[in-house]
Design a protein around this ligand. Structure first.
Ligand code: AMP
Length: 145
């Protein structure tokens, strides 16, 4: 009898049950990950980030994968999927996001900067919680790639 068969023969149920339990836990973990919005997690302080600005409505933090010497993400605490899914009731909040961007740029000493909101997969949006990329510290080309 092979070694693994001996092990199975000794406790035939437990190996399968443990395997199934791990598979179940893994699938459950993936589902939770998919449901949980990463930027909501950052805004709630559940996910670590380098926060550089915060008020009652907005959080701004350093991008994990910076595309410029200064690359800050500015998000509303309220979960809005994208700019396209914002509504009339968000009009003050949208204004606050842009004012925060200008304020942060000034604090970082950025005279010239680029403010970008990717809207939808086709435009490069990968996190579906509205955010503005504030980038500066290098020359930017136009049109954007
Ligand atoms: P977008 O592709 O326009 O949706 O931008 C999403 C941005 O979020 C990318 O530039 C990522 O590098 C950035 N990002 C993703 N996860 C994190 C994180 N945990 N902390 C900081 N930035 C992140």
């Amino acid at each position: 009898m092979r070694v693994e068969n001996v092990a199975k023969a000794k406790c035939p149920l437990s190996v399968d049950i443990i395997q199934q339990a791990f598979t179940f836990i893994y699938i459950f973990y993936i589902i939770i990950q998919m449901k949980e919005c990463i930027f909501c997690g950052i805004a709630a302080g559940k996910i670590q980030s380098q926060i550089i600005y915060q008020d009652d409505d907005i959080v701004a933090f350093k991008d994990l994968n910076p595309q410029a010497p200064a690359h800050i993400l500015i998000i509303p605490i309220k979960h809005i999927e994208s700019l396209a899914s914002s509504s009339e009731e968000d009009c003050v909040l949208l204004g606050k996001l842009q004012l925060a961007a200008a304020k942060i740029a000034k604090e970082l000493g950025l005279k010239d900067f680029r403010l970008v909101a990717n809207n939808g997969k086709g435009a490069g949006q990968s996190v579906f919680h509205l955010h503005y990329h504030l980038m500066g510290g290098r020359r930017f080309m136009w049109p954007a790639g």
